[in-house]
Design a protein around this ligand. Structure first.
Ligand SMILES: [Zn+2]
Length: 179
């Protein structure tokens, strides 16, 4: 590679239109549950997402770290708070620690499901052989309705399913729809 081509590359990078790189990493998934998180102090939300990302393969470790980050924090999350199954879990807890554990568990499992399913769709797009996707039945009655439908890549609804009735949260995942 010549010096010029390297320089060109650098210039090109500067001229590239701005992408999402100025946003905190959690905002790169605007439909994920971490994007809806507001904390007091504000930086706790980003720190929690960093712990989530760092421990993507070991969600139990992520939950433990995030629990410590959130201890003593104020927080709100409209996406979680409007989820009836989350409310059910949350209201069953009688201690602050118990309620915080529920929040953390839901944040981690829902975000994980969201990102994993986006990743699946990306892989299908790259592979080029899958044209339509569906979810398998068995999550909950609400999601079973979704399982009867097929979606073209690029026009899929968001997972986890809003309005899912499964205890502990939606476990729907994209699979290729076989014609
Ligand atoms: Zn469901």
């Amino acid at each position: 590679m010549s010096i010029f081509s390297r320089r060109n590359k650098a210039v090109h990078a500067v001229l590239e239109p701005e992408d999402d790189s100025d946003l905190p990493p959690r905002m790169r998934f605007p439909r994920g549950v971490f994007a809806a998180l507001e904390t007091d102090p504000p930086e706790a939300a980003d720190a929690a997402y960093a712990a989530f990302a760092r421990n993507a393969l070991t969600p139990v470790v992520a939950e433990r770290e995030i629990f410590h980050i959130f201890n003593g924090c104020g927080m709100s999350n409209p996406a979680l708070e409007s989820n009836e199954m989350f409310q059910y879990d949350f209201q069953r807890e009688t201690t602050d620690n118990g309620r915080l554990r529920v929040i953390v568990r839901w944040l981690v499992t829902q975000q994980h499901a969201h990102e994993a399913n986006l990743q699946t769709l990306r892989l299908f797009e790259k592979g080029g052989t899958v044209r339509r996707v569906t979810v398998l039945p068995g999550c909950c009655p609400a999601c079973d309705k979704l399982a009867k439908k097929r979606f073209r890549l690029g026009s899929t609804p968001v997972l986890p399913v809003e309005g899912c009735r499964r205890h502990g949260g939606c476990i729907c995942a994209w699979v290729p729809a076989l014609d």
